[in-house]
Design a binder for this molecule. Structure first.
Ligand code: PGA
Length: 254
């Protein structure tokens, strides 16, 4: 039986009122329906505790959208992995393309954050993916290898044990144009094979999610692919009805 990791990435969206409504319906659904999958939400930092307080379902984990590269000190405006751990965060998204592009986070910064997250026993979700231009120039594999190699260089060959990679082709994020399903399966297989060359890790200990314009209409086809272990969902996760539809679909795929 396949156990998926389904994460709502709310980015810079949602406020107290609609979060309360969302959590109310999510609670009702999760408590009424046994889940074989791991369900999580990545809200803005300031709502992480609200989620951990209000979600009553035991197999629910909270995800942070980012973390600072420093542990503590004079870094105004930042959030440390110690603080995330303190309030019970389980997963931390790292290297999302919006952070790479808009906040100039390079592979080296992301690898250092990855190392810190692992050191404190939280689970990193490393986002990797190519731009449309890189895809057209047939550079996808090279880009993905570079993004993975920087983790190997800083965190060692066993770095991907008990972690998550989210393959998110940048051209598919928020565009309504998800990647081709066979293409995604091929890339996920490539990522697994590439990592296994360096570390014969058990494939149960590395999950690869797909992200990029997932909706309740296309979620099933992606989850049916052999090497797709979950979904990182942006736009379609903002409304509880659409997110719950995807959660239900994922629960019926074995
Ligand atoms: P999207 O975002 O589902 O809106 O394409 C996915 C993501 O950025 O994680």
């Amino acid at each position: 039986m396949k156990k998926f990791l389904i994460i709502a990435n709310w980015k810079l969206n949602n406020t107290k009122d609609n979060i309360s409504e969302f959590l109310k319906y999510l609670n009702i659904y999760l408590l009424d329906n046994n889940q074989k999958n791991i369900i999580s939400i990545a809200p803005s930092f300031i709502y992480l505790e609200k989620l951990s307080r209000e979600i009553k379902y035991k197999n629910f984990f909270i995800t942070a959208q980012n973390v600072d590269i420093n542990l503590q000190g004079a870094f105004t405006g930042e959030i440390s992995v110690l603080m995330l751990k303190d309030i019970g965060v389980q997963y931390v998204i790292l290297g999302h393309s919006e952070r790479r592009i808009l906040h100039h986070e390079n592979n080296n910064i992301i690898a250092k954050k990855f190392s810190l997250v692992k050191k404190y026993h939280l689970t990193p979700i490393l986002c990797i993916g190519e731009t449309e231009k890189e895809k057209k120039l047939n550079k996808t594999y090279e880009i993905l290898k570079n993004q993975i190699n920087s983790i190997f260089e800083i965190c060692g060959t066993e770095s991907f044990r008990n972690t998550v990679i989210a393959y998110e082709p940048i051209w598919a994020i928020g565009t309504g144009k998800s990647a081709d399903i066979e293409y995604v399966q091929k890339i996920h297989k490539f990522i697994k094979n590439y990592i296994i060359q360096y570390d014969h890790l058990s494939l149960d200990s590395l999950m690869i999610q797909y992200g990029g314009s997932i909706t309740s209409l296309n979620a099933r086809e992606f989850l049916e692919q052999m090497d797709v272990d979950g979904l990182l969902i942006g736009t379609a996760s903002l409304q509880y009805k659409e997110f719950l539809k995807i959660v239900k679909i994922s629960n019926n795929i074995y």
